[in-house]
Design a protein around this ligand. Structure first.
Ligand code: MTE
Ligand code: MO
Length: 325
């Protein structure tokens, strides 16, 4: 059933294939050197080493050097325009309106920045964001499906979360991982209001955390993350609803039991711990069967696990996904 609908979907996508078109238009990054804005080709030695997505309109944010394309990127999708991906946001620490984050997040200071890593691991410590930026960076194009039933396709830049986790040597007792966002009323005006129980907390089961599709993103469209998208580092888990992809992380903890996450705390019957994208399980107040892809007119079908079922369905073998929503 799952496989059939996936196959049908892939067929449909390859019939449209705006991707080749997009590939021809996008800019190529040459090693650590060349950065060429909007649509040009940097030929350098005559062979492009890595082609990463660039915004058509450039935003003046630092370009990330040496980014490699990843075979784990989603193909066959039209990218959401940079402008939309960076101005229609959910980041409640800056307000609940979609335009609040871009309006108010300039007060966030993403450098210097450290992430405390603690809990059940052999090597607890501090991860400097500069260290993260020095790791081999990959472009990962993923669909992002918000629980509110809109979606985008975003070319993230980041590292696999597993590569980060391995540095701290989690113990076998670490069955879950917990993430925490910065909670600073000076930098984040929205936390003065009790919209959620700050800091924003998220979590994953350990096998979800080390899955190859799970990344810590430090950029999008080839440049560092804009503040409104969760600078300097945020989680991206493409088969789960967007709220799992926690922004501006300051603490990562290895824990033995499932952490109580912000949204599960705020609405336990509406937002579960797993939050796998599932068109068959509706939100109590709206259907999850379809979604509005930003930039499109007609609604499209939502895919099980946001279209990543082939890679991740095994993680949930034998689980009742209506019960563990
Ligand atoms: N700290 C924090 N992280 C967050 C949120 C938030 O309000 N605060 N919103 C989540 C939700 S609901 C979504 S859909 C995505 C949106 O990411 P984007 O704005 O980069 O598209 O971020 C998630 N991460
Ligand atoms: Mo969301």
């Amino acid at each position: 059933m799952l496989i059939r609908s996936l196959a049908r979907w892939m067929e449909r996508e390859s019939a449209v294939t705006p991707y080749d078109d997009y590939l021809n238009r996008r800019t190529f990054l040459q090693g650590t050197a060349g950065v060429i804005a909007g649509g040009a080709l940097a030929l350098g030695s005559g062979r492009a080493q890595a082609a990463v997505s660039r915004p058509a309109d450039g935003e003046g944010l630092a370009v990330l050097p040496g980014v490699q394309e990843s075979p784990l990127s989603t193909s066959g999708e039209t990218l959401t325009p940079y402008k939309d991906a960076t101005s229609y946001n959910n980041y409640y620490e800056f307000g609940t309106d979609k335009g609040d984050p871009v309006r108010y997040a300039a007060s966030l200071k993403p450098r210097p920045w450290t992430i405390t890593v603690d809990g059940a691991c052999a090597k607890p410590g501090v991860l400097d964001v500069e260290t993260l930026l020095g790791m081999p960076l990959e472009e990962r194009i993923y669909r992002l499906r918000c629980v509110e039933a809109w979606s985008m396709v975003i070319p993230w830049v980041g590292v696999s979360l597993k590569a980060v986790i391995d540095r701290f040597q989690p113990l076998s007792s670490a069955r879950f991982i917990r993430f925490e966002t910065l909670n600073d009323p000076v930098q984040m005006p929205g936390v003065r209001r009790a919209v959620l129980d700050w800091p924003y907390v998220e979590g994953l089961r350990m096998d979800e955390a080390v899955h190859p599709l799970t990344i810590l993103a430090v950029g999008l469209y080839g440049s560092v993350l804009p503040n409104q998208n969760g600078a300097p580092a945020r989680l991206v888990v493409p088969w789960k609803y967007g709220f799992k992809s926690i922004k501006s992380i300051v603490r990562i903890s290895f824990v033995e039991t499932a952490p109580l996450t912000s949204w599960a705390k705020a609405g336990p019957t509406e937002y579960g711990f797993y939050a796998n994208v599932n068109p068959a399980v509706d939100h109590p107040r709206w259907s999850q069967a379809r979604e509005r892809r930003i930039g499109e007119f007609r609604r499209r079908e939502t895919l099980p696990f946001n279209g990543y079922g082939e890679q991740v369905a095994d993680l949930y073998k034998g689980m009742d996904l209506a019960k563990f929503y």
